[in-house]
Design a binder for this molecule. Sequence first.
Ligand code: ZN
Length: 321
Amino acid sequence: MSLFNKYDYNKHKNRENLFLFCAFILIPIYIGLCFLLFLNKRDVVAVTMDYKGKASIVLDNNQPGFTEEEITDVSFEEYGKLDELGRCTPAFACVGADLMPTEDRSSIGEVIPTGWVQNRYPGVVDSEPPFIYNRCHLIAYKLTGENANSQNLITGTRYMNVEGMLPYEDIVADYIKATGNHVMYRVTPVFEENNLLCRGVQMEAYSVEDNGEGVCFNVFCFNVQPGIDITYSDGSNVLGAGMEAAEDATVGNITTEKFAFHTDEELLQNVDYVVNRNTLKFHYIYCESVDEIYETNKIYYKGSREELIEQGYVPCKRCNP
Ligand SMILES: [Zn+2]
């Protein structure tokens, strides 16, 4: 009896010890780790708030965060799954000459990344046509030859694509072409909370065979467009205060104001198609789907079908314009 009691007591004591161990050692360690992860995440995000006129800035003394285990001289490419909001997650690769494309790029227009609220800003966005957004490859086409891969395409401003990311993509591509070496390469889109448009991308690269001698960087490129105010929650955008858009010379009349037309007749005369700027589909004015489009998402378009298709818009399957 006493032996049994003792056993029971010990068992009880053991349980108590286990409880104390959990309460005072494991739980604080767990909380501490969570906090560190949180801080780590905040770090990149905090930085994104700080666009000061430079398309990109250096992070962590330009040292990329690849671990020993990650670094390899065998080419691979991995595109993270879209998250529950449909947003891209990091794209990661060991880029070698064997991954680089040998064929010309094909269309990527069918992919609609999150935050895609397309608008034209003639005279403000320096491209033709003057669209604010590009479908930005996380890992550039010239590095891994990915075309319409929705896990590798984000909504990025023309400015981020060309001024921010392109110079770094060129460094990596030129190095691989010149040496035949491999480059560890990771591009991480940074979304704040539930925003559909990322604040920017972190780009990390490290040349493998020469231990970072040839290529080594860790930078953040801002997803901004000078002169345009962007709402990151949904990607919508307007001309910034004090900015003036030039006459849009490339296509016919475009207006988002239905009330610019006073009568239905005027509307019919001045508008060839109604474009849904959200889905990028275009319709005949009388299409039933047009009634279902939010007024703010409509573009009343005067111009040809071919022009629309060329700009990446898709004809509606219901009204077949
Ligand atoms: Zn339609």
